[in-house]
Structure formats: C-alpha cells, structure tokens
Write a protein that binds this ligand. Structure first.
Ligand code: 13P
Length: 410
C-alpha cells in the first residue's frame, strides 16, 4: 500500500520546506538499501529508474521488484521513470508499474519541448500518473565523469518556465541552475537568484537533477527556494564501487558475496545521510496520511458469444487485446474461456489498470467504446461488466522478516 501518488508527496515537501530524494538504482542491492534507509529514517522516498542506465539491467525484470518493495514498505514510496526518450517508453513504464514519468526533451528547442512534453502529460494524466517537466539543459551523464559528457549548460529562464508550465501542465519542473549529472571535479556554482525567480513565478515543486556532491548549505538554500525533489545516483554508484574495490584488496580471491560485502550497508548509510540533510527524515507518517494511495483497479467482463460468431472469436480476442493494451494506463489484459463450461458466461475479459483515474479515462476512450460496441454485436445480451478497486492494505511483513538468513540455507 505505501505506493503513493508522487504529486501529493511533493506537495507536502514543497509546503513544508524539505526535499525528497529521487534515488537512482542499477541493482537489487541499491533497491534494498534505499528502501531500508527510508524505513530506518521514517522518510518518504522516490525510486528513480533512469532510461539512460537501462543498458546495465533489464528494466522489465527490476521494475516488478521495485513495485513489490514499494508495496511492502512501511513508508510512502513513488516510482519515477527518469529521462524517458520516447512517448512509447512512458506508456510501457506506467504499464510496468511506474507512477511518475519524465520525458527528456530538454535539449530540443523551446517549442518542440513544449509540444513533446504536452503529449507526455496527456499520456501520464490519462493513466493517473504524475509528470515531471524539464526546461533548460543539465549536462553530464549520471555515474560518469561529468567533464567527459558536458554539453553547454543552458540555464532555465523564469519567464519561459511560466509559459512552459502553463502550456504543458506538468506537475513539477526540473530546472537547470548550475548542476550537472555525474562526477564533478569542482564544486558546482548554483544560481540561487534564478531559482528564487523561478519559484516565485511558478509556485509548484521544483526538481534538481545532478544532486550528487553538493554541500549541506547548498541543499538548504535549494530547499528554501522551492526544490522538493533531489535526484541522486552518482554518489551512490561511487560508494558501491569504492566498497567493492576495497573488498577486492582486503578479501582477495573470495567469491561474489565477500566482494559485495558492505555494499548495501554503505549505500544505506549514504541514503540516510541525504534524508537527514534534505529534511525528509521523520516525515513518513504525515506524508502517508496526506497521499492518495496508488491502488490497482480491475474491470471484469463475463459474457457469451452467439453460436454463429464462435468461429471468429479468437481473431476478435487477439485484435481487441492488442488495442486495449495500448491504451495509456492499462497494465494487463487477460481474455479467457471458462475451464468448466457452464450455461452462462463462457468467456471473460479481465483488464487491469494502473489506478482509478486510468480506469475512468478508459471508459470514454474511443478504442474501448469501439470494442464494447463490437462485443455487444457478437455476444448474448446478458453479460457482466464491473470495475473493482482493490480494497484495503495487504499485510506488510517487514523486509528483514521475509529474508532467508544464511543459516536457513544449510
Ligand atoms: P547525479 O549524477 O548528480 O547523481 O544526478 C542524477 C540525476 O540527476 C538523475 O536524473
């Protein structure tokens, strides 16, 4: 259940002068460390899945684990899809479990950025998901030496930001005020006057990309001027790598587990430090009360087909499944025959939606209306068509409780 709407989370942070970490990950070690840190600090947290890092892991395999960890967590969690390259990957990310997205078209011209982001907003909002916009160019590449990947930083203009947010209807805005993604040789110089002007103009939560490697005083000023989400990956990646390097020296010729020793603990420490510096530690309970839960919804249609249409039913099912699956916010479409034939309702559709908003938008979507129309023509009049929202919270065993200890393996 503590998978929650990121908009509500960020509003709380924005109004109460603190920032929530959007922590990037590349493996289950990172995932466990981030969630455990959030639980230890009683902090809300955002898991960032960044498309530029997808070469390192299979997004389709890690996302179910992230979603499960969020559902089991004791603190509010949101799952954000960062730096998406295409609209199609946004649809896919929401279908796989993300509840917030960002399309990175910040290197495009202003008007192109607006047009592309507006389309992304339509997709996200139709699915009930949050959307982060980005205006201005933050150079560098997360996890690497920024200097090797620097394009020219383009600072966000407050005037353009106002137009951009009005037109695109994004829920929060990532700004460029002097940070870069990746490892930096010198401390970043941040343009706080610019940030203040942007915040005064917009009055919505702001996001900082390139959040690794700043000092406490900088974080403090960022938060005072509207930054409610800070993205961080490079610092975590460097800590994990340094731990492994040290293990290789001190535990030479040992296996994988020894080599990875303390990686999770050191990540946990660093994430906890960020949560304390950014003021999100201790906020979980009040955030949880104020956030809409991200609740799965399912629609069930049970029906019978008139005898004369039976030979075409498989083609109808296959085509319909493809079209319904492509509607934003639809996570899964199941179509099947009753295992035990009864007189009534031989066939059924089960459509799973990301959340209630997605199921509401689905009911008026042209493709769904065409499907229902066709179904009415081939099926018997008596059918069932009901949408169900998940009831309450499932029991949440603590993550440590469900982990098998080494002794149990023996
Ligand atoms: P760092 O590279 O500074 O960790 O920033 C990550 C980031 O901004 C991801 O969007």
């Amino acid at each position: 259940m503590p998978l929650v709407d990121m908009r509500d989370m960020l509003q709380h942070a924005y109004q109460n002068n603190y920032a929530i970490g959007g922590f990037g990950l590349v493996s289950l070690d990172f995932l466990e460390a981030i969630i455990m840190a959030a639980e230890c600090c009683r902090s809300p947290v955002i898991i960032n899945l960044s498309q530029p890092l997808f070469g390192e892991y299979d997004f389709r395999l890690i996302l179910p684990a992230v979603e499960r960890a969020a559902q089991l967590a004791k603190v509010p969690v949101a799952i954000h899809f960062d730096h998406a390259k295409q609209h199609e990957s946004i649809v896919q990310a929401i279908n796989l479990g993300c509840n917030s997205v960002m399309l990175d078209v910040s290197s495009e011209a202003f008007t192109v950025n607006i047009a592309q982001t507006s389309r992304a907003t339509e997709i996200a909002h139709a699915s009930g998901a949050a959307i982060e916009g980005m205006l201005g160019f933050v150079g560098g590449t997360e996890g690497e030496n920024a200097i090797n990947h620097l394009g020219e930083i383009i600072y966000t203009s407050a005037e353009e930001a106002k137009v951009y947010v009005n037109r695109t209807k994004v829920d929060c805005l990532a700004v460029s005020i002097g940070t870069v993604h990746g490892r930096q040789s010198n401390r970043a110089k941040l343009d706080f006057k610019r940030l203040k002007r942007i915040n005064d103009e917009l009055g919505i939560p702001l996001v900082l990309h390139g959040g690794s490697g700043l000092i406490e005083d900088q974080y403090h000023k960022l938060i005072l001027n509207g930054v409610a989400k800070i993205n961080c990956y490079t610092e975590l990646s460097d800590i994990a790598a340094a731990t492994i390097r040290s293990n290789v020296q001190t535990r030479a010729k040992k296996g994988y587990i020894e080599t990875m020793h303390d990686v999770k603990n050191n990540l946990l420490e660093q994430v906890s430090l960020c949560m304390h510096h950014w003021g999100s530690a201790g906020r979980a309970a009040e955030v949880l009360i104020q956030c809409r839960a991200w609740q799965p919804v399912e629609q069930i249609i049970a029906y019978n087909v008139e005898e004369r249409y039976l030979q075409h039913i498989d083609t109808f099912i296959e085509r319909s499944r493809e079209t319904l699956c492509a509607i934003p916010g639809v996570r899964q479409v199941f179509a099947g025959w009753a295992l035990i034939a009864s007189d009534q309702y031989h066939l059924c559709w089960r459509i799973q939606f990301a959340t209630t908003d997605a199921s509401k938008n689905f009911q008026t979507h042209a493709e769904y209306l065409a499907f229902i129309d066709q179904l009415a023509r081939i099926s018997e009049p008596d059918k069932i068509n009901i949408t169900f929202a998940a009831t309450s919270v499932e029991p949440n065993p603590r993550i440590e409780e469900i982990r098998i200890s080494p002794a149990q393996h023996i």
